[in-house]
Design a protein around this ligand. Structure first.
Ligand code: IPM
Ligand code: MG
Length: 362
């Protein structure tokens, strides 16, 4: 097939990991006989430096007509002055909103060979396989807000959801659950927030259409606890924008590192934005040690969900497993020395290992 893929490396380690993602996509194209055209555009801090805007119109336009978008990360100390009116993160939020990518899928898989990398005891990690469905274009991220000023030292952000917004993300979650273990946990704060009471009512209504899926509701504070206490019990976790942001950073520790978690942001069309859940990691940017696997696993999601190439997606995921099984580790997943001989490698070498595994299996 032919596909146009927009690449948005962004800032910090985003640049390093996206280039490994492109490397993997190019090899997939070679092996399976596809033609992928890559077009790089600006987003985030470097876009502010070059154009004044964190999401230049040319970037949004290119993404609107592309088959898929591969994104690195945005942000960094250079642009994080709290008084700044233009911020790199606005670029990402406007992109999600502009493309109407209301569903952010964040699968959390625990690779058995990485159990030592997790701060949790390995028996807790047995059987963990969950996916967080985070609402991405509404909630407190996009509600009415007011910044504080010297004259008025008070600020607010508003968390709002309409019934329709809740219903469509709930459907995404139930449909996924039907293909998985048939369980949805909806996470809210219904004991305090009006918006969560609406959320709970609508999710319960939508559940009627999915008789084969079991639904339970959980308060977000309890969910934060249960994710560590009994993570294997979760199948599909559906929640609002901010709770999903927080819980997925927490859940990444099950997988051992933020560097392992991929994500897909999708809407009603086949195109989507694929990105690692980690940020721009200014502390390690430019050092060549960032873990590219979250991006490479995002590439697998891109192949499966936007390009409808499940075999290619499986091949990429298997190549990641093969590289980990052979003991290759970036520093974030090297963990405590165990019985296995580990090879500590950097970003580009990890990309090379995945590519070699792909070629070996072709
Ligand atoms: C994420 C990030 C973003 C978010 C930031 C960079 C705006 O933390 O994708 O999880 O909060 O959505
Ligand atoms: Mg986040």
């Amino acid at each position: 097939m032919e596909a146009t893929i927009i690449t948005l490396p962004g800032d910090g380690i985003g640049v390093e990991v996206v280039s490994e993602g492109i490397k993997v996509l190019s090899v997939v194209a070679d092996i399976f006989g596809h033609t992928f055209a890559f077009e790089e555009h600006l987003i985030g801090g470097r876009a502010i430096d070059k154009t004044g805007s964190p999401l230049p119109p040319a970037t949004l336009q290119a993404c609107q007509t592309a088959d898929a978008v591969l994104l690195g990360a945005v942000g960094g100390p250079k642009w994080s002055d709290p008084g700044a009116s233009v911020r790199p993160e606005q670029g990402l939020l406007r992109l999600r909103k502009g493309l109407q990518l209301y569903a952010n899928l964040r699968p959390i898989r625990v690779y058995s060979m990485l159990k030592d990398a997790s701060p949790l005891r390995s028996e807790r990690l047995e059987g963990v396989d969950l996916i967080v469905v985070r609402e991405l274009t509404g909630g407190i991220y996009f509600g009415e807000r007011q910044e504080a000023t010297d004259a008025v030292p008070k600020a607010f952000d508003t968390m709002a959801y309409s019934a329709d917004e809740v219903a469509r993300i709930a459907r995404t979650a139930f449909e996924l659950a039907e293909q998985r273990r048939g369980k949805v946990t909806s996470v809210d704060k219904a004991n305090v927030l009006a918006v969560s009471r609406l959320w709970r009512r609508i999710v319960t209504e939508v559940a009627q259409d999915y008789p084969n899926v079991a639904l339970d509701h959980m308060l977000v504070d309890a969910a934060a606890m249960h994710l560590l206490r009994r993570p294997a019990d979760f199948d599909v976790l559906v929640t609002g924008n901010m709770f999903g942001d927080i819980l997925t950073d927490e859940a990444s520790m099950l997988a051992g590192s933020m560097g392992m978690l991929a994500s897909a942001s999708i809407g009603d069309t086949t195109s989507g934005v694929y990105e690692p859940i980690h940020g721009s990691a200014p502390d390690i940017a430019g050092k060549g040690v960032a873990n590219p696997l979250a991006t490479i696993l995002s590439v697998a999601l891109l192949l499966r969900l936007s390009l409808n190439l499940p075999q290619e997606a499986d091949a990429v995921e298997s190549a990641v497993v093969a590289s980990l099984s052979a003991g290759y580790r970036t520093p974030d997943i090297a963990g405590a020395p165990g019985t296995q001989t580990l090879h500590r490698i950097g970003t580009t070498e990890m990309g090379d290992r995945v590519v070699a595994a792909l070629q070996a299996s072709a």
